[in-house]
Design a protein around this ligand. Sequence first.
Ligand code: GLP
Length: 279
Amino acid sequence: KQTNNMAKRTNAIDLSDSFEKIPVKIFPSSKDGSVFVARQIADFIRFKQQKKEKCVLGLATGSTPKSLYAELVRLHREEKLSFKNVITFNLDEYYPIHNNALQSYNRFMKTQLFDHVDIDPKNIHIPNGEIEKDDIKEHCRQYEKKIKDAGGIDLQILGIGNNGHIGFNEPGSGIYSKTRLITLDNSTRIANAYEFANISQVPRLAITMGISTILQSKKIILMAWGSAKAPVIKKAVEDDDTEQVPASLLQNHDDVTFVVDKSAAAELTRNKSPWLTGD
Ligand code: GLP
């Protein structure tokens, strides 16, 4: 009885919703979070297969989704998950960069996922870091058109930069921005320098889907692991939305979920100051 009363009291003063403007699922580890997201994707692909429909996925790069792609490859190998009905659009690519350069996102996607599953290569779309500068505008326009022609993105997977960027939409990116060439923040070049021989090798530019391209996806899942991401997760989820923290603009979407591990959730009020949320 006492436990019941406690539960009632706790419910009565559960204020976590008034702090968090985006639903957040917290997992013990990045592996658990990745398995959860992989399961969501697999269920959705199979649901679309039953209806004989294509499934349009928006995909991300960086260290965050590596464990997700490993789990999808496992599901393909061990649980017969087919990618035959899957169409993909990647968020971004450095510019300029050769598609087969070690640091290129084209190459990343092949080694992490596409080379190991049965996706039709003609269904794969990634911005091209090899094109001539004069052709970039048209390339970006075509990229947007291809997304539309595919029926729009059903499920967009995102990571998040320490400065709040999504894709390569750096702070200051507008809510109406579309696929375009952008200049990378110095903080992003420093954060990503580990992939290159040294910082001077990190490209200064990138092609990225815009904030509005991302917001047009029907469903969005943003993943974040580790304590380095905790401050920006708090800002994106609890503070007012602002172009200075592009991920906070996701507060304007009605089907977005953040999937984070315990460390990335550490700065949320429910963890940092639980007495304020009634826990
Ligand atoms: C990269 C990518 C983003 C990614 C982010 C975080 O530069 N352009 O799409 O989400 O930065 O990277 P990581 O997952 O390695 O922390």
